[in-house]
Design a protein around this ligand. Structure first.
Ligand SMILES: Cc1cc2nc3c(=O)[nH]c(=O)nc-3n(C[C@H](O)[C@H](O)[C@H](O)COP(=O)(O)O)c2cc1C
Ligand code: SF4
Ligand code: SF4
Length: 273
């Protein structure tokens, strides 16, 4: 069983390709799983978690599901496949530690380098088209390699490797995951700065793509005297946000802004998912 979470489609693409290679079922990590249960099929002995890296750690949304979801009592082995723009720090270690708190067995961990989608701070932007294309071309080979490793592990033909983490950690991994990640989660993941600009055409794509259903299209109650303007629905962000940035990247008019940090930044959606 492959459990996936994705904002801009990279992790979804990886999950779908792994499912095809391994003949595994796919299950999106939906908000109800933070307090719900998920029963693996009787023959399912493997869980593969696929999600992006956020500030050199797991998305807090995914951690909330790991912490609370009921997967039943059948013995399961868990693997992890991360997607990242550059490097993951100690994200795999964080995942192993979260799993251990549930008493779950962690197996292999991998990362796949994909186009970057983080744009909400100065100095961070999407990749150039050439770099994004290069990463996407390299990814399919990498995903097949990961599928082979997981299949070997399942078949018992491959011993558990001495180094079970095949993850790009990058430099200063400890500082990034242990110091910057907690700061980022606390101070840089608020949905409050999201807003729309005058370019908004009320298409509703930002609301439709939100994996947490955190955006409502509502008629503005403001001062506009133009009644047709008042009747047009506009996005209103709630507080239950995974900070996946899908709403920003999907907008056909680049009308979603994050404070004053995204005015001239690029947009990215995985073209294959
Ligand atoms: C909030 C946030 C934080 C991110 N932090 C990192 C990071 O620490 N390291 C990294 O390599 N990429 C980082 N990225 C980039 C994503 O991990 C990468 O683009 C990922 O493939 C996006 O997956 P998705 O398309 O499935 O949402 C970050 C993206 C977001 C939205
Ligand atoms: S996707 Fe963009 S144009 Fe469409 S409703 Fe949202 S903000 Fe407006
Ligand atoms: S509001 Fe935007 S950033 Fe937050 S979860 Fe929804 S799509 Fe992702």
């Amino acid at each position: 069983m492959i459990l996936w979470f994705s904002g801009t489609g990279n992790s979804r693409y990886v999950a779908e390709m792994l499912a095809a290679e391994l003949g595994q079922s796919l299950r999106r990590l939906t908000p109800d799983l933070r307090n719900g249960s998920l029963t693996p099929a009787p023959h399912d002995d493997t869980v593969i978690w696929v999600c992006p890296v956020y500030s050199w750690g797991l998305p807090p949304y995914v951690r909330a599901i790991i912490k609370n979801v009921d997967l039943g009592s059948a013995p399961l082995i868990h693997h992890l496949v991360l997607t990242c723009g550059d490097d993951c720090g100690l994200t795999a270690e964080m995942w192993r530690s979260d799993l251990a708190k549930r008493g779950w067995l962690s197996g292999l961990a991998f990362s796949v380098t994909m186009p970057n989608n983080y744009v909400c701070m100065s100095g961070f932007d999407v990749d150039t088209a050439e770099l994004a294309q290069h990463k996407l071309s390299a990814a399919s080979l990498r995903i097949r390699e990961i599928a082979r490793s997981i299949a070997d592990f399942r078949a018992g033909s491959g011993d558990c490797p001495n180094e079970p983490d095949d993850v790009v950690r990058g430099r200063f991994a400890w500082i990034k995951t242990r110091i910057i990640y907690p700061w980022f989660v606390r101070h840089a993941m608020s949905p409050k700065p999201f807003r729309y600009t005058r370019e908004c055409i009320s298409c509703g794509k930002c609301a439709a793509i939100c994996p947490l259903r955190n955006i409502n299209m509502s008629e503005p109650s403001g001062k506009s005297t133009d009644s047709s303007e008042r009747r047009r629905k506009r996005p209103v962000w709630g507080t239950d946000c995974a900070f996946c940035l899908a709403c920003y990247h999907v907008c056909p008019r680049h009308a979603v802004m994050y404070g004053d940090k995204t005015g001239t930044k690029g947009q990215y959606m995985n073209p294959q998912s």
